[in-house]
Design a protein around this ligand. Structure first.
Ligand code: XIL
Length: 386
């Protein structure tokens, strides 16, 4: 039977096209849907060669209290990924958001460095050797806070001072010698005055870290865009500068909101797809860009529809991702795939071996297989686990 336009499995998938062009492609995932929703699990398995937990590796998710760790959801993602020949990014070890409720009353100037290093040793240590990369520090720059070094007034800055960034990277390297250590940020994609400024501060931060011999391997560009955003040359110069510094670049959290576009849906989808294409085509053509992830795979679960602020004026749900609510590929999917094809990259080793999803097989490893994988992961635990 001839394939339909909607058949984007196997060699037509993003992961297969990525593999043919030397690019890991994937999305943020939620372990509850991987477990509970076959269409979700199938789409992630079919399309992604790399996944990142949307929330499951953040402090608030891993730290029920000050002394214990709960790795069950994070492990579920690692187990799913290993069983579908996918790589995993860790997100994240140090951020001003998603801190647990006990944090403010417990972490002080006296013990903050200890809490940070102990967390990183435990979490990065648990998954050591299993992850492609870690977002070690997330969103540390906020020019609006007015500091000459551009650093955000985050709890970590207030408790430890600017050295918290270096401390986090050095501790991550000690805990996991193989994951690519990444600095990740947003609002650095466009050539507006604010974004040019912020991008400059990110560059200075990365240069300071390198000058001090801090282990950093990559910069993550989140890429939360709005339909109609026009990327300029600034980002490409930034990526090339990073290449000259021997750093990889990852598109870590791409989505394109359609707030500025009025109905009908077909026009919104076309506008979103155009932004995917306009943005990804030049970015993915850069050889040190080695990974591209969207922040979710289906519009059904985009974080944008959960935000209180900044939603569509007409109250309609946003459509920012490559697959629609019912797991049909959208124009954004084809724009992303075409942009991958435009990349002059080499095939990844094993590019013809893309681990097709077979619905007649169990979608999760057999109980025994999962138990074994959990045991392997648990062996790495260096502290109490609930
Ligand atoms: C978001 C998640 O998507 C939401 O589910 C959660 O409520 C808040 O965090 N930048 C990041 C991500 O680095 O961790 C954020 O994820 C989106 C913005």
């Amino acid at each position: 039977m001839a394939p339909t336009l909607n058949d984007v499995s196997g060699l037509r998938s993003l992961r297969a096209h990525g593999a043919a062009h030397g690019l890991l492609v994937g999305c943020a995932v939620n372990p509850d849907h991987l477990d509970g929703e076959p269409d979700y699990a199938r789409t992630v398995a079919e399309q992604a060669s790399i996944v990142v937990p949307e929330n499951a590796m953040k402090w608030a998710a891993l730290r029920p209290n000050a002394t214990q760790y709960d790795f069950r959801k994070a492990d579920d993602i690692v187990v799913f990924a290993l069983s579908h020949e996918q790589k995993v990014r860790g997100h994240n070890l140090c951020w001003h958001e998603a801190l647990p409720s006990w944090f403010a009353g417990t972490v002080t100037k006296e013990n903050a460095a200890q809490y940070l290093t102990q967390h990183i040793r435990t979490v990065a240590g648990r998954f050591a050797g299993k992850l492609h990369s870690w977002d070690v520090v997330n969103e540390a720059i906020d020019v609006k806070d007015g500091r000459p070094d551009g650093l955000r007034n985050s709890p970590w800055l207030e408790l430890i001072g600017p050295s918290y960034i270096e401390l986090a990277f050095r501790t991550a390297r000690e805990a996991d010698g193989t994951a690519l250590l990444t600095y990740n940020d947003y609002g650095i994609e466009l050539d507006t005055p604010e974004q040019i400024d912020k991008r400059g501060q990110v560059m200075m931060l990365v240069r300071r870290l390198q000058a001090r011999g801090v282990p950093i391997d990559a910069v993550g560009i989140q890429s939360h865009l709005s339909a109609g955003d026009v990327p300029g040359d600034g980002l490409i110069h930034f990526i090339r500068e990073l290449r000259a510094m021997n750093l990889q670049v990852f598109v870590t959290e791409m989505d394109v909101n359609d707030r500025k576009l009025a109905e009908p849906v077909a026009e919104r989808d076309a506008g979103v797809a155009k932004t995917y294409r306009d943005y990804l085509t030049p970015v993915l053509a850069e050889p040190n860009v080695t990974v591209a992830l969207t922040w979710g795979i289906t519009d059904r679960y985009t974080w944008l529809n959960g935000l209180q602020h900044a939603s569509r004026a007409d109250g309609k749900p946003e459509r920012p991702l490559p697959f629609d609510y019912d797991y049909n590929p959208k124009p954004a999917f084809f724009a992303e795939r075409d942009s991958i094809d435009g990349r002059p990259g080499q095939a990844l080793p094993g590019a013809d071996h893309y681990a097709p999803f077979n619905p007649t097989q169990p979608q999760r490893p057999q109980q025994q297989g999962r138990a074994e994988l959990r045991r392997i992961v648990r062996n790495l635990v260096s502290s109490v686990c609930v």
